[in-house]
Design a protein around this ligand. Structure first.
Ligand code: ADE
Length: 233
């Protein structure tokens, strides 16, 4: 039976989903609250993990161990690294890298995590297709499938943005997807990262982010709900 684990870092990224859930019960694990119930007819567990890779990894592993989720979805906002991705557009992950993982002087290429056989964690083909369809149905012509670059950094300068593009070739950057992808990969749980663009990850990011944060986060939550509906069919 499908049980979808849905992770958002911030309240604005999960609040609407929690409101829309039925048959809801809450379980606290440490400082994280896990909301079990139904969303658009699909069995889900929704959690707000907090910002950054460690929070995201803790949350994803708990969803696997304690809640037995069969699939993982990360909903939220991101900075664009791609001129074709404008504010409000949606990026569905084909794969995900950790742009700040640096064991270069230990003999590894940038972004390579020792002990793992991939540098970019591949998202699940079925989830990618369903998420793309769900997003396009809500806002046609505004969804792209591509690469997510994750790091423990809010990217707000052209210099850092260029460096991340150089290292990863990614289409957007955020702070949790790569950790969720790594946990999913190690636990062999299919995953996808859904991100709506809130800013351009350059010198305008500090200005744009507060303006577009809510709109983008709520749009991404709507895509996630539509994906849950498809999964329930
Ligand atoms: N999430 C949204 N915008 C971001 C940015 N510019 N850098 C990192 N995470 C983000």
């Amino acid at each position: 039976m499908t049980k979808l684990g849905i992770i958002g870092a911030m309240d604005v990224e999960v609040a609407i989903l929690k409101e829309k859930m039925t048959e809801k019960s809450v379980t606290n694990v440490g400082k994280m609250a896990f909301f079990q119930g139904k969303l658009a007819g699909c069995d889900v567990v929704v959690a707000q993990c907090g910002v950054g890779k460690v929070h995201a990894a803790m949350c994803a592993q708990t969803l696997c161990d304690r809640f037995g989720v069969t699939h993982l979805v990360n909903t939220g906002i991101a900075g664009s690294l791609d001129n074709e991705l404008d504010i409000g557009d949606v990026l569905v992950s084909r794969d995900v890298m950790q742009h700040d993982f640096d064991c270069y002087h230990f003999g590894y290429p940038m972004c390579k995590i020792p002990g793992l056989d991939v540098t970019a964690f591949p998202a699940d083909e079925g989830l990618i297709a369903m998420a793309f369809e769900a997003s396009e149905a809500l806002k046609p012509g505004h969804t792209k499938i591509g690469r997510v670059a994750t790091g423990d950094q809010f990217v707000a300068s052209q210099e850092l943005k260029d460096r991340i593009i150089d290292r990863t070739g990614a289409n957007c950057t955020e702070m949790e997807g790569g950790a969720i992808a790594q946990v999913a990969y190690v636990n062999q749980v299919p995953f996808v990262i859904l991100r709506a663009i809130s800013d351009k990850a350059d010198n305008s990011a500090e200005m744009d982010y507060p303006t577009f944060e809510r709109l983008a986060a709520e749009h991404c939550a709507a895509v996630t709900e539509a994906l849950a509906k498809k999964m329930a069919e």
